[in-house]
Write a protein of this length. Structure first.
Length: 123
């Protein structure tokens, strides 16, 4: 975990690496876990690429954003990046605006994520 000041304001960043996890499954589960915390979906984008010299292997790149209500408007509170492939490593990076997505909500999300994918996390 790392804190920094970024585009979202004061941001906490989480980075994880998983072994043998389908990036599309990780994308879908993260989306469901975060939506259960009461935020609304923003941008959802997933792209698949063939890997050089491996026409039978594909890499996936995905971005998810989520918004929280602040008065009458919504502001981005979470940004998720996923890059990986089914056979090998999948990397996950989550930027969290701690003012808009409180620690108790993030802890609940992280508990769900660790319960489902914790055994696949690279140590």
């Amino acid at each position: 975990m790392k804190d920094y000041i970024g585009r979202l304001g004061r941001v906490m960043q989480i980075r994880k690496t998983y072994k043998e996890v389908n990036p599309e499954l990780l994308f879908a589960e993260i989306k469901d876990f975060i939506l259960r915390q009461g935020v609304s979906p923003g941008e959802n984008k997933m792209e698949t690429y063939t890997l050089p010299d491996e026409s039978a292997l594909f890499g996936t790149r995905a971005t998810l954003t989520f918004n929280a209500k602040t008065g009458k408007e919504e502001k981005e509170c979470l940004r998720v990046h996923i890059v990986g492939r089914v056979k090998g490593e999948t990397k996950l990076m989550i930027d969290v605006d701690e003012k808009l997505f409180p620690a108790e909500q993030f802890a609940a999300f992280q508990g769900d994520l660790d319960f489902i994918f914790g055994s696949y996390e690279a140590k």
